[in-house]
Structures are given as C-alpha cells and as structure tokens.
Design a protein around this ligand. Structure first.
Ligand code: SF4
Length: 376
C-alpha cells in the first residue's frame, strides 16, 4: 500500500506543484537554507502571506553567514507582522551555530539538525527530504490530515499514541518513495489543494482508491480532534507617555526582555489589568511605576485594539499619559530590557508588535488631523 500511494502521489505532484519562490529546482535538490527559512515562516502562517516575507528575507540575508552576522533588531523588523517572534530569534541563533560549528552549511543528519534552536521533527524532515533528497518523514497539518484519512484514524490526533502512528505511517510512505522530497511535498500539496479540511475533492484525488475514510464515507470526520479549550480573554492598558506636557512629539517606549512573549520588540508601556477593583487607569499607573519608577497622570483614550495570541485574546486600551514627577528609569529588567524617547517617524524603523503598530497608526492620524493634513 505504501509503494502504491507514494508512486501515485509523486506522479500527481509532478504536474501540480505550485510555483513558489523557495521551490527553485526539483524537490530533493534545493538550497537547504531557503527550505529552512520557508518552512519556519510557513509554520502557523498562510503560504500567500509567507511569499513576500520570504522574498524580503532572502534579499537581505541570502546566506546563513549573512543571517548569523545580522543585528537581531533588523531581523525582528523583517519578521514584524508574522507573529511567533521566537521563530525569528531561533533562526538567528541557529544560523550563528551553523556558521561557527558547521562552516555555514546546514548539517545533513536528523540528530544534528534537531540540536539547533527552533528545529523540530517536522522542519528537520523537510530540510533532509526537500533539500538533500533523504527518506525522512514530515508531518505538518496538511500531511496529518491526508494520512488520517488514508488510514481512517479515529483517535484524536493530539494524543501521543496517534502522533506516533502518524509519524510511523509518514515514514512508511517516504521510505517507499523513489524521490522522497517529491513524495513529502506531494503529501503536503494534496492536503493544501484537494484534501482540504472541509469538502475534500475526492473525485480528483490521485489516491482515492487507497483512501479508507473515503471508502467508509467518513472523510469529513477525519482527523478527529480533542474538544478545544476556550482561550482566556484579558483586558490590558497601554500608556502613550509624552515627554512634555505640551510637546507631543516624543513618547516613551521600551524593549521587551529577550525571553518571553514578543521578546526583543519595542512597545508602549503596558500591562494586564488585575482582577478585582483595578480599572484601566489604575492599571496604567501601576504598570508605569513598576516598569519606570515614575508616577503618571492618565488622560484621554487613544485607541482600543483587539488582538489574539495563541493562548489568549486581549483588548488593549491605550491612553495619553504624562509624568507627574521624576525621570523614567528601567526599574525592572523583567519588564523592560531598554527604553527610549521616540517619535512617530523613528518608531517606524523599530520592530514592534501588531497592537503597538496600530496605536502608532492612530497617533499618526491624530497628528495629521491636528496639523490639518489628511491621511489615506
Ligand atoms: S480521497 Fe478524499 S479524503 Fe481521501 S485522501 Fe483523497 S482527497 Fe483526502
């Protein structure tokens, strides 16, 4: 069964593969660095979004060596908007290791690849098969769906035992393939183009006669997922602290500590509202005192921004604020690694999270209205 499915998928893929910038050359003989960058970018992100980011990245950092020697702030700026910023920091750290320990060339063994920051089983399998043509399995969301349907797997895919089985089936397929890279890419492409989460196009599918879920009419019920936990919602407040009472040209921002959510990015001082009596203004005052050791008065609202992270969603309300007394100083390294006064022009050059970019956009609109200019 493995050989039959692998053969049909490989033939189908040869006529179907989408032209994407990281697919230069046949699967199995591509630039390992380009495969690596594209696979990391594509995690949790739509391919259509990845294309522009990938092109900009490769134009700026065309080799492992150039990435290894880049400034982290520039890397985060290029990554801005893609989310999951630890992916960019890990790419940078891993490139530095590859540059020093492997002479700038990605290693060709699973064990060595897995030792690099941010490279897990999926990315290692993608690099080994798509770049080096080695029979190593992959298992992204698309491949998981296709395999679950082909073998009609009725257990929740999050379960450890199911994952083990899926990896084993994926390995069986790739080891039966004449061209492992093309088989793996075909498996993922089938999931992206035909074996879609809803209403799979089974009539056009090259492996329909080997598909147990289709035979049993349960393809819409595969894969089985455990019921999702509802993600929590938090209320948070941010401060746009102006340098002077009347002069609204410079405001305070801080760089988040390296480790943790949005590490290394610049943002307006902000914090999550505590449960109980605290309101948003009190949250701003507490957060700024803790972060910068100054007292502020809180003024009008600037903007309300909704944002969803992986494990929680957030309503962030930003307020104008001014310092009542004293000078700001980084009071707690766990909150801020650095801080500075900045302008609307300068913040454009810094890597910022999406909610802070939106607040800066509102400030820009307000500044345009006050000066009598209009923005598009
Ligand atoms: S027959 Fe349908 S459900 Fe089965 S692999 Fe093909 S597209 Fe997916």
């Amino acid at each position: 069964m493995y050989a039959q499915i692998a053969g049909r998928l490989t033939v189908w893929h040869a006529g179907q593969s989408r032209a994407l910038p990281w697919r230069e050359g046949p699967a199995g003989a591509r630039d390992p660095y380009a495969v690596w960058v594209s696979e990391v970018m594509a995690q949790q992100t739509r391919v259509s979004v990845v294309v522009d980011y990938f092109n900009r990245w490769m134009a700026r950092f065309p080799t492992v060596e150039q990435l290894a020697r880049a400034d982290q702030q520039e890397i985060l700026k290029l990554w801005e908007g893609l989310g999951y910023y630890s992916r960019a920091r890990n790419l940078h750290r891993a490139a530095q290791i590859v540059d020093v320990e492997f002479g700038g060339t990605l290693p060709r063994t699973r064990r060595e690849l897995l030792s690099l920051p941010g490279i897990g089983a999926y990315t290692a399998g993608a690099i080994l098969s798509l770049a080096f043509g080695l029979p190593e399995p992959i298992l992204d969301g698309n491949a998981m769906r296709v395999i679950s349907r082909l073998w009609d797997i009725g257990d929740p895919i999050e379960q450890r035992s199911t994952q083990k089985r899926l990896w084993s089936l994926s390995r069986g397929l790739v080891e039966a393939a004449a061209r492992p890279g093309e088989l793996n890419e075909g498996l993922m492409e089938l999931g992206a183009l035909l074996c879609r989460p809803r209403n799979p196009h089974c009539a056009e599918c090259p492996v329909q006669h080997s598909c147990l879920a289709r035979e049993r009419g349960v393809q819409d019920r595969r894969p089985v997922r455990s019921p999702r936990q509802k993600i929590p919602h938090v209320e948070a407040a941010a401060a746009v602290i102006w340098e002077g009472e009347r002069n609204r040209s410079r405001f305070l921002i801080s760089r988040r500590p390296e480790k943790g959510l949005l590490g290394g990015l610049w943002s307006f001082p902000n914090g999550i509202m505590e449960e109980g009596d605290e309101d948003l203004s009190a949250c701003v005052r507490r957060t700024v005192r803790k972060e910068f050791d100054v007292a502020v008065s809180v003024g009008d609202k600037v903007a309300i921004v909704e944002h969803a992270f992986t494990h929680f969603s957030m309503t962030l309300t930003a307020f104008h604020a001014r310092i009542l007394a004293g000078s700001p100083q980084a009071a707690d390294a766990a909150d801020a690694a650095d801080w500075r006064w900045t302008t609307l022009e300068d913040i454009e050059e810094l890597p910022c999270p999406v909610p802070d970019r939106k607040i800066a956009g509102v400030l820009r609109d307000l500044a345009g209205e006050e000066s009598g200019c209009t923005t598009a």
